[in-house]
Write a protein that binds this ligand. Structure first.
Ligand code: ZN
Length: 293
């Protein structure tokens, strides 16, 4: 009887842990992109998995109030960054105590998702750049780290001088999975068409402990680099896991099922180290975009 009761309790404990949603924070409030439009879409994409409870934390618009901005990072399993400090009105660093709290949270095993222009943020904050792996704009160049290239079937760190961050006009483009055995990419088609979006190129950064999951070819005839640019990647920082997607300039780009599914899978991996989700039936193919409106 005792054995049966113990087994039952173990079973219930397993059910409880499987059912307990992870706590996600979307951090917004400053961005050179329309965060007021994109945050509700991010929230809905994460909530529809049933895996997360999502809270939005909005940084104050004025720098005086930002000086006491101190979200409780440690209360969350994953922080989704829809934030940058771009532009004269937005320029403002987090107070040092908040920077240190964020670093400690990630180093201790916290999850982070860097979404599209979040990688434009904080060019001078050294540890932040290690956490996101690669960044762009805001004066970034060779002093900030190498370009990460995919050449001849492998990752190449390219130290050649030049700007960090650029993109040509929006267009549909092919995403190619370069690491099909990572939990985030396992089971995805190896090539899929992404809906019209910006194809970030020339990102630079420390790129330490970076796993390149997906690239897209930046075509020279549309102001691209002629390189396979990093689009989806992970970084490990201390015990923390970071999923970085450069996709998702605006709401139409975020309606791509490839964007939706990789964001859902990447956020689960950042929060837990595992991915339990099935690949959706409407995932795009190598020659056909798939969007949910
Ligand atoms: Zn953009």
């Amino acid at each position: 009887m005792l054995i049966r009761r113990t087994a039952l309790l173990l079973c219930l404990a397993a059910l409880c842990s499987a059912a307990a949603p992870k706590k996600a924070m979307i951090l917004d409030g400053r961005n050179n992109h329309d965060w007021r439009a994109t945050t509700p879409v991010l929230k809905q994409i994460l909530e529809e998995t049933g895996l997360f409870t999502v809270e939005v934390v909005t940084a104050p618009p004025d720098n005086e109030a930002l000086a006491s901005f101190a979200p409780n990072f440690s209360a969350y399993d994953v922080i989704v960054l829809n934030y940058n400090d771009f532009g004269p009105k937005n320029a403002g660093d987090w107070p040092e105590v908040t920077q240190l709290a964020f670093e400690k949270y990630v180093r201790g095993g916290g999850g982070v998702v860097s979404f599209h222009a979040a990688d434009n943020a904080f060019p001078k904050w050294v540890e932040f750049n290690k956490i996101i792996g690669l960044g762009g704009w805001a004066g970034r160049n060779e002093k900030d780290g190498p370009y990460i290239r995919w050449r001849d079937g492998k990752v190449v760190r390219d130290d050649s001088p030049g700007r960090g961050g650029s993109h040509g006009p929006r267009h549909e483009f092919l995403v190619e999975i370069r690491e099909p055995n990572h939990p985030i990419t396992k089971g995805l088609p190896l090539k899929w068409m992404h809906a019209e979006d910006e194809l970030y190129d020339r990102l630079r950064g420390p790129a330490e402990r970076l796993a390149l999951l997906g690239t897209a070819f930046s075509a020279p005839e549309i102001k691209g680099t002629g390189e396979h640019e990093p689009i989806l990647f992970t970084i490990e920082y201390g015990k923390g896991r970071v999923f970085h997607t450069t996709l998702g300039h605006d709401v139409p780009a975020m309606q791509c099922v490839g964007f939706i599914a990789t964001l859902q899978r990447g956020t689960e991996w950042a929060a837990t180290g595992k991915v339990t989700q099935k690949v959706p039936a409407d995932f795009p193919t190598a020659d056909k975009v798939s969007v949910r409106r």
